[in-house]
Design a protein around this ligand. Structure first.
Ligand code: HEC
Ligand code: HEC
Length: 197
């Protein structure tokens, strides 16, 4: 009798241990991502909406855009000094989990000061330069094309200057071709307009 009880006790303990182990294995991935996300939030905001000058918001970016950019960063093609070393040992699964996470957060305006005259000027330019043909009429972005709507104005101005002046490492040349020859004033107007979509 005692022998039998012991056996049951032992298999129960083993069963519990196995259960605990599988529960741990199941949560290992999300726990690792939570650690990564803490790091990202310091600059890109807890909700993916950046409160910091010239740092882009990630909330509501197309999933593939984020995935593609993180991939380019990991491979050392798009170089971002502030993020140096942060992406180099991310696994494919982690890239995907980060992209899914940020793409699902609701985009929000940055709260920067918006100039209504520049918005109007930017709207006319955007229509002439056909920004919507790639970024969509809502400017919400698609596939490898980023969301511009509700993105930070200061970041977009810098990003467009970097494309125009061939300073963004690993940049897609289609964007450079669109704004080659645009003045700083044009780019500022475009950014004010896009942020308000
Ligand atoms: C120390 C600040 C900092 C931290 C921490 C940080 N980033 Fe960034 N990130 C930046 C800056 C600055 C840029 C824009 C650089 C530029 O001017 O092109 C950027 C750009 C990006 C972009 C490109 C967005 C776009 O619209 O082009 C993605 C995607 C991104 N970061 C994801 C992440 C993820 C995911 C993490 C966490 C693993 C992270 N970042 C952590 C500063 C940071
Ligand atoms: C032919 C397609 C195409 C057109 C037209 C186009 N874009 Fe883009 N744009 C892109 C692509 C692709 C990227 C991403 C480039 C990369 O990853 O290097 C991009 C990136 C950007 C970015 C950087 C955003 C970020 O989060 O890093 C800004 C800002 C931008 N475009 C603004 C505009 C504006 C304003 C117009 C109209 C004047 C415009 N684009 C027209 C394809 C286009």
């Amino acid at each position: 009798m005692k022998q039998r009880f012991l056996r049951i006790g032992r298999s129960l303990a083993l069963g519990l241990a196995a259960f605990a182990f599988s529960a741990m294995a199941a949560t290992a991935q999300p726990a690792a991502i939570a650690e990564r996300l803490k790091q990202c939030s310091a600059c890109h905001g807890d909700d993916g909406v950046s409160k910091l000058d010239k740092i882009p918001s990630l909330a509501g970016q197309p999933e593939f855009f984020i995935l593609n950019q993180l991939f380019l960063m990991r491979e050392g093609v798009r170089k971002i000094e502030a993020m140096e070393g942060m992406t180099k040992d991310l696994t494919d699964d982690e890239l995907q989990a980060l992209a899914t996470h940020f793409s699902k957060l609701p985009p929000k305006a940055s709260g920067e000061k918006v100039d209504p005259d520049l918005v109007k000027r930017g709207e006319a330019l955007a229509s002439k330069m056909r920004c919507a043909s790639c970024h969509l009429p809502t400017l919400a972005g698609q596939e490898q094309m980023p969301r511009l709507a509700r993105q930070r104005i200061d970041y977009m101005i810098d990003a467009m200057k970097a494309f125009r002046d061939n300073k963004r490492s690993g940049a897609d040349t289609s964007m450079t071709a669109v704004i080659v020859g645009a003045s700083d004033a044009d780019l500022t107007a475009l950014a004010h307009y896009a942020s308000q979509r």
